[in-house]
Ligand binder design. Structure first.
Ligand code: PFF
Length: 688
């Protein structure tokens, strides 16, 4: 079903699109955040939640976003509005969060540009890096260089003065992003042939170099030796999911919806999504090998020199890994300025295409809604982006950058937004339309299980993480909004305000009437005739059951003082009732998928509430179980060698990445060899 018979700009080739989507996914997050998240949350054990996040939740959602963008040929807000005008806010919500992300992502890119420049100057100065010093003092010097000399960092919540040495690189970053996208996606489709393979090549060089350094195995032991008790913490799962969404550019910004909207009408969706997930996962995993093997080399060299610096003494999160620890480690090794140049060049090229992907999707959202010219909106957006970014270029900017980043990635931003996308499309829209649309043109087909993955499994998983971490946040020692002395915890309040303001603002923007759109939605099935609503009675019953289940859960959560027996009784009854509600509403929603009837909204809402009930049930159960579990031991006791389990983890991961990509390419080639007449007729849209 092609909804829009109009000529939309397109990528040119399949490769252009796949690389652009990989370019968006593979970014600073892979090299700057993933290795540290893995190290900090259980080493090899973190791969379990992460793989679930990428392949059980991320992949089906990516196909969903591709399907939606491709079917509607619109950026996120308009794409959601195609289902119903009321859904438009979901698209704006993700676009607004996208804008918040790009405002700080560009600042981190600005740091990368600056460090690239310092490394270049180091090369010119005969190889001396400005932060180089030996032993543990060297770490202090690298830290001082980044925090004091470069950032002029102040702790606390005050912003302080603007740092012009960050501001100008920020302007450079925005100008580069502007130049990449100003000519439209055709040019982007060409630029990514450089910005994707080049950092991969350099990452490969960094990895080979790291792995061949003496002591590298010790680094890998820190990276991969698993600490299983970490899996019992909500934070581990939350970080795994936050990282997976951030890394795949999912939900945030509606990037993948927008990118797919520029794809020509015959292009594959399912296989492309699988390739992108595998490539993104592979890049993260290999980036970790590069980083930690090099740190192993650093530990070895410092031990040899009698000034031993152990890996667990230096590794830290946030910007610390990329701008303090790794530059320090490189400074301990031969040809440090050259390697530092390679590392920051990798970061810049990795990050720039992720950066402009968000800019492009925000731009497309505004252009689709207003009909204003790209050439006008882009410069205005660039100026606004720089103006907002100024907050993070101040002396206290790094603190706020981390706060905003954590909130958007965590429970409050992404778990909630991703969940909303899935329930809206799964329960209130015709998810099967997206499946058949994707199957009609893909190298391999999705079964009906995919509908249930989007409608039930993914929301339950995301909902569980949402409630589980909510309970953890709210019960944390000292409080979440107020500290023990009753004072506001400013950073949590600001973070919460930003994430809570996004949906409110989104609703407001979606209410503004678009001058260019209106009549386009007339032919959308289900919306055409909202009165032909079927299954009202069943929907009503399911709705009552879902509410009853929610009420029982509320009793369990809010009345902590009831006896254990009653608590368990309510808990399990709520589960049973929610399952029945889901079965009824799922039946109604599935049955009324014809063009001339539309399932009752009550049935859809019953399904949504019941999936949330099940999530809350799981979260309460997990909270109870993990309360009793022994507290985790220190994650990273000094380790010299990879354990047997880590060897297995390493082997399985490499097999999965190589085997998975091999399979996808085989399917793509097999499909390309098929008779062209098997493919659906293209609409008037562009073809290669
Ligand atoms: N995926 C990018 C990374 O891993 O660095 C970051 C990103 C890009 C997040 C685009 C969100 C987005 F819309």
């Amino acid at each position: 079903m092609e909804m829009l018979e109009e000529q939309r700009e397109n990528w040119g080739t399949r490769g252009g699109f796949v690389l652009a989507a990989i370019g968006s996914a593979v970014g600073l997050g892979n090299l700057w955040r993933f290795p540290y998240e893995l190290y900090d949350h259980g080493g090899g054990a973190f791969l379990i939640p992460y793989i679930i996040a990428v392949f059980v939740v991320g992949l089906p959602m990516l196909i969903m976003e591709f399907g939606l963008g491709h079917l509607t040929q619109r950026a996120a807000p308009d794409a959601f509005a195609h289902g119903h005008k009321r859904f438009e806010f979901v698209g704006w919500w993700s676009t607004i969060l996208g804008f918040v992300i790009i405002s700080f992502y560009a600042v981190v890119l600005a740091y990368c540009f600056s460090f690239l420049w310092f490394s270049f100057k180091g090369i010119l100065a005969g190889g001396e890096l400005p932060w180089a010093a030996e032993g543990i003092e060297g770490v202090k010097k690298a830290e001082d260089f980044f925090l004091k000399t470069y950032l002029g960092h102040t702790t606390g919540s005050a912003l302080g003065a603007i740092r012009w040495n960050i501001f100008w690189p920020l302007v450079v970053t925005w100008v580069v992003m502007y130049l990449c996208i100003c000519k439209g996606v055709k040019l982007v489709g060409k630029i990514v042939w450089l910005t994707v393979p080049l950092p991969w090549l350099m990452l490969l060089v960094l990895t080979v170099r790291g792995l061949t350094l003496p002591g590298s195995i010790q680094g890998l032991a820190y990276y991969l030796n698993p600490s299983w008790p970490e899996l019992a913490k909500a934070t581990t799962w939350r970080f795994a999911f936050g990282q997976a969404f951030f890394s795949l550019s999912l939900a945030f910004g509606g990037v993948m919806i927008t990118y797919a909207s520029f794809l020509h009408r015959r292009s594959d969706l399912n296989n492309n999504a699988a390739i992108i997930c595998l490539a993104d996962f592979g890049t993260s995993f290999i980036a970790g090998l590069a980083i930690f093997s090099t740190l192993g080399g650093m530990a070895f060299v410092t031990a040899q020199a009698g000034t031993e610096v152990a890996i667990n003494q230096v590794v830290r999160g946030g910007a610390g890994l990329a701008f303090i620890v790794f530059p320090y480690a490189l400074a301990q090794l031969p040809y440090s300025a050259w390697w530092s140049f390679v590392f920051f060049f990798t970061l810049v090229t990795l990050g720039i295409d992720s950066g402009f992907s968000i800019t492009e999707s925000v731009l497309a959202a505004v252009v689709d809604k207003t009909g204003w010219r790209r050439g006008l909106v882009l410069p205005v957006m660039t100026v606004i982006g720089i103006a907002v970014g100024v907050i993070y270029t101040t002396e206290g900017g790094l603190n706020w950058l981390e706060v905003v980043g954590d909130f958007i990635d965590g429970t409050w931003g992404i778990a909630f937004l991703g969940l909303t996308e899935c329930v809206v499309l799964g329960w209130l829209w015709r998810i099967d339309t997206l499946r058949t649309h994707a199957n009609d043109r893909s190298d391999w087909n999705l079964g009906r299980w995919w509908n249930y993955a989007i409608r039930i499994v993914v929301p339950i998983v995301l909902g569980t993480i949402f409630f589980w971490s909510l309970f953890e946040d709210l019960t944390q020692a000292g409080g979440f909004i107020f500290d023990e002395q009753g004072n506001w915890i400013l950073k949590n309040c600001v973070g919460l305000t930003v994430v809570a303001a996004a949906p409110v603002l989104a609703v407001a923007v979606s209410l503004i009437k678009s001058p260019v759109r209106a009549e386009q939605y007339d032919n959308v099935p289900g919306v055409k005739n909202p009165n032909l609503c079927a299954g009202r009675m069943g929907g009503f019953v399911a709705f009552c059951l879902a509410i009853a289940s929610a009420a029982m859960l509320a009793v369990v959560v809010l009345r902590g003082n009831i006896s254990g027996k009653i608590q368990n009784y309510f808990l399990f009854q709520s589960l049973t009732v929610a399952i029945v509600a889901i079965l009824i509403s799922n039946y109604i929603v599935d049955k009324h998928v014809g063009d001339y009837s539309f399932p009752s909204w009550l049935a859809g809402w019953a399904g949504i509430i019941a999936t949330l009930d099940i999530s809350a049930f799981l979260a309460v159960t997990l909270t109870n179980l993990t309360k009793k579990a022994p507290t985790a031991t220190a994650t990273h006791a000094p380790a010299e060698h990879l354990t047997g389990v880590s060897d297995v983890i390493l082997g399985v991961m490499l097999l999965m990445i190589i085997g998975g990509l091999g399979w996808c390419f085989y399917r793509a080639m097999a499909a390309a060899g098929k008779d062209e007449s098997d493919l659906p007729e293209p609409s008037s849209g562009p073809v290669d």
